[in-house]
Design a protein around this ligand. Sequence first.
Ligand SMILES: [Cu+2]
Length: 254
Amino acid sequence: MLLGLILLLLTLAGCLLFAVRPVWFPAAITAEALQYDHQFTWTLWIAGVIFVAAQFLLAWAIFRGSRRRSASFVTGNRRLELAWLGATAVLFISLSVVGSRGWAKVPAPAPGKEIIEVHAHQFAWSFRYPGPDGHFGRAAIEFISDAGGNPVGIDPKDPAGKDDIVTATLRIPAGRDVLLLLHSRDVIHDFFVPELRTKQDIVPGMEIPLEVHVDQPGSYEIACAELCGLGHSQMRSLLIVMPGAEYDQWKKRP
Ligand SMILES: [Cu+2]
């Protein structure tokens, strides 16, 4: 009896937390992020209704059982078990298929896209822009020098690299398609901006594309979301979304 009551109270308290939302996600800033939120809300509602119904059913079984004097032996019901197993499978597969429309896109370079390299290493971020010539200079691991101001490893002999811009914060223009090319020089890191609802692993030896399109200017925190060593918690930076004209101006004179 008491157990059933505790169960009901815990279920109601859980519902109240979701209704009041004392802690919730920061506002989404891209169309994809809004899509993920929409999918999340749907999943939460469906799973929430099933969860609450199951808890009430369990509490009812406890109340009913506590009134009985003697225990009774119950065998399973194969047909019922198969029915809810099938229903659960259909529900979750459908939710995954509907959700895949949001995340299964493969970004690719295209004319007019702003291409920026993101370089992660223990325990900092660097961002490289191709500069006025529009071409990234050659980069190689042997040229990397954090103390010498070359965290990306741009070949000093390559003329295309002379005008490359390397920064510690990521600036992007508002209202334009931006293609981020993610690199890591040591271990697996993860590019995470809560407002983008994106956590993208960065694997050494791979170039991983990530497309971003933000309409509203603002500043957002970038964090590493993959435990990458002792300084992991300090591996942060800033995503600054600038109005287009201001961004163009900045790129001329960073
Ligand atoms: Cu990291």
